[in-house]
Design a protein around this ligand. Structure first.
Ligand code: C2E
Ligand code: CA
Ligand code: CA
Length: 446
């Protein structure tokens, strides 16, 4: 029974229905579903489940087999959903290859329902295979069974199922992923930290820590990297990996970085004014900055305001920023270098790095990712790869820093291989400003 697609209103067909699939458009699907829930308020056997699916590598299939075939796939999937689910209420194509199915699971257990979804997905995948040169077409599916059908917000329920679908992509599974309490906690955590962030800057819960960089031959400090820390009033730390990816997706990282830059400039100015030793400090730049060109002006302003000699300032850009935003990165990098500011390529070797990149890009320092040192003792292959990368960088006149150095064996090997600088727990963890000042006094190069 396809209750959701029953049409009793006078809206024109094109306005209400998706022309490709003849399914209700999202807004009508949504309001009809709300009405169905309301109509079942006194039905103890009514329990709503939302299944959210998309077709894995749909863009690739479109590009390879043509858009007509892509459209056909979408139509086939929508027809398939209409006839397959016994507890089916309706399907809607949200956009592109993203579909929602609403079902009333009644007295069925959640586990049985998820198994049912898997079985049906598998059936569809087998059915569709011959249409795509026997290539496996897979669905990414997430599902959410409402805990309290009549009192939960429908939009949130749909977004929960969508969240589970995205998780299924991460897990790289074709099994339906159920929205879990853990996912709910993650959503709440993200909402909370996004809401608390502006205040946390004001109240100085956000702090800049410094991780020393040392010279490979003298083992003395020659610089530091600024790394952000969020210290909650109860003293617990929130580490950047818990909020930087989120802030990159909601744009808040721009404010965070500007805060960090400002703190670093202020810190250097204070030290210089007091006649104290200063080392170059590097700061991280997120890819989000390259969506507009405010960054350059912001840094130039800081240079003017704090009058910091540019030899004390460095910036780190990951190799993926270089690759993906090369048009906007190049003018920035060239400008910074013309001012005497050094640029490092961060996390080199963590992604699709190409040694060829080094040949064409203006950089001063290559930061080898800590993944190169994944073993405490280094395998023969690791040694060969690291040595080759270092010698190539040297020939191109690029300095090499190795991150994540955790023991003597690694640092001795790296020194012999010609690595110029180290950064890692073996020398120091990232530390607060006071500890860093002390570190500089006890471990200085001159
Ligand atoms: P990253 O830029 O690669 O920073 C180095 C990370 O490696 C730091 O993690 C540091 O604590 C960690 N690390 C240093 N030495 C060792 C070691 O010997 N062993 C191991 N296992 N880890 C080591 P952290 O501070 O948690 O930062 C994580 C990432 O967050 C950074 O990776 C960077 O991408 C990002 N991040 C941190 N602060 C900022 C910031 O102010 N702005 C932006 N845009 N990103 C930041
Ligand atoms: Ca970095
Ligand atoms: Ca790094």
């Amino acid at each position: 029974m396809e209750q959701l697609n029953d049409d009793t209103s006078c809206h024109s067909y094109n306005e209400k229905y998706d022309s490709l699939t003849n399914l209700l458009k999202y807004e009508y699907f949504f309001s009809n579903l709300k009405n169905i829930i309301e109509a079942n308020r006194n039905n103890p056997d009514f329990r709503l489940a939302i299944v959210y699916s998309d077709i894995r590598h749909f863009k690739y299939l479109n590009d390879t087999f043509g858009y007509n075939r892509g459209d056909e796939l979408i139509r086939m999937y929508s027809d398939f959903t209409k006839v397959q689910h016994p507890s089916y209420l309706g399907t809607c194509r949200v956009y592109s290859d993203n579909f929602i199915i609403a079902a009333n699971i009644g007295k069925m257990s959640e586990d049985d329902f998820y198994k049912e979804v898997d079985k049906r997905n598998k059936y569809f995948e087998d059915f569709i295979k011959p249409y795509f040169a026997n290539r496996r077409v897979m669905l990414n599916t997430g599902a959410y069974v409402l805990r309290d059908t009549f009192n939960e917000d429908l939009e949130t329920a749909i977004s929960n199922a969508n969240y589970a679908r995205k998780e299924s992509k991460k897990f790289n599974t074709d099994k339906c992923v159920q929205f879990s309490d853990e996912m709910m906690n993650d959503i709440i955590f993200k909402m909370e930290i996004s809401a608390l962030f502006p205040k946390a800057i004001e109240t100085q819960e956000i702090k800049v820590f410094f991780q020393p960089k040392v010279d490979s031959s003298t083992r003395k400090i020659i610089g530091a990297e600024a790394l952000v820390r969020w210290i909650k009033p109860d003293g617990t730390f929130v580490y950047p990996d818990q909020f930087i990816p989120l802030f990159e997706s909601n744009g808040m990282v721009v404010d965070l970085d500007y805060f960090v830059y400002n703190e670093v400039f202020k810190y250097i100015r204070t030290r210089l004014d007091l006649g104290l030793k200063v080392v170059p400090i590097s700061m991280n730049i997120s890819r989000v900055h390259f969506k507009d060109d405010e960054l350059m002006a912001f840094i130039e302003n800081l240079l003017r305001e704090y009058k910091i000699p540019t030899k004390y300032i460095e910036f780190e850009l990951t190799e993926s920023i270089y690759i993906n935003s090369i048009e906007s990165v190049l003018p920035f990098v060239n400008k910074m270098r013309s001012l005497g500011i050094k640029i490092s390529m961060d996390d080199f070797g963590s992604g699709y790095s190409s040694l060829n990149l080094l040949n064409n890009l203006p950089i001063d320092v290559l930061k080898l990712d800590k993944a190169f040192l994944s073993n405490d003792d280094l395998s023969k292959n690791q040694r060969i790869i690291i040595s080759c990368v270092i010698s190539m960088a040297k020939q191109l006149d690029i300095k090499v820093l190795c991150e994540g150095v955790e023991n003597k064996l690694q640092s001795d090997f790296l020194s012999n291989a010609g690595c110029d600088m180290f950064q890692g727990y073996y020398f120091s963890k990232p530390i607060c400003e006071n500890d860093f000042n002390q570190y500089m006094t006890s471990n200085r190069s001159n």
